[in-house]
Design a protein around this ligand. Structure first.
Ligand code: CMP
Length: 140
């Protein structure tokens, strides 16, 4: 197993409900270290670029509106198999399918307002980290 880094976003539905600390506790309990973190308010255009892979999906506009509606917390998580580990801790995209104890099972409101985003593979993790952070901001 290798030490990896993955990009995580605490989404507007969660920042609005003041859940940043509770969600960060879930990451830390799972052995993931927060090696970079900042709270930002994205423009719709910045969200659109980040989620460009979903451009043709029917929910794309709704997703961009939502992610630009309130501040988000972007962060880099580091640990053993961090990409997979983070996806386990987040739970399934749709909270009604998410396993008990996962972030989405406990906190998410709907498939769209699902509290957290996490990179899905090493190449996307590297791209997504570089979208938000300069190398000097990653303090492992
Ligand atoms: P995320 O992991 O951030 O990646 C893309 C996001 O699109 C996903 O989480 C969901 O929040 C959102 N999404 C996926 N399916 C739907 C849907 N059917 N309706 C609205 N949003 C969706």
């Amino acid at each position: 197993m290798a030490i990896e880094r993955t990009l995580s976003i605490i989404k507007p539905d969660a920042t609005k409900r003041n859940l940043t600390g509770k969600i960060n506790a879930k990451f830390e309990e799972a052995g993931l270290r927060i090696v970079a973190q900042k709270r930002i308010h994205l423009t719709k255009a910045q969200v659109g670029t980040f989620y460009a892979v979903h451009k043709e999906r029917p929910f794309y506009d709704e997703l961009c509106e939502f992610m630009a509606s309130e501040p988000v917390v972007v962060q880099v998580l580091e640990g053993e198999s961090a990409i997979t580990r983070n996806r386990e801790v987040m739970g399934a995209t749709n909270p009604s399918d998410a396993a008990e104890g996962t972030i989405r099972a406990e906190f998410a409101e709907s498939v769209g307002e699902n509290s957290v985003h996490g990179s899905d593979a090493p190449d996307t993790a590297a791209e997504e980290i570089a979208y938000f952070f300069a190398g000097l901001e990653l303090v492992g």
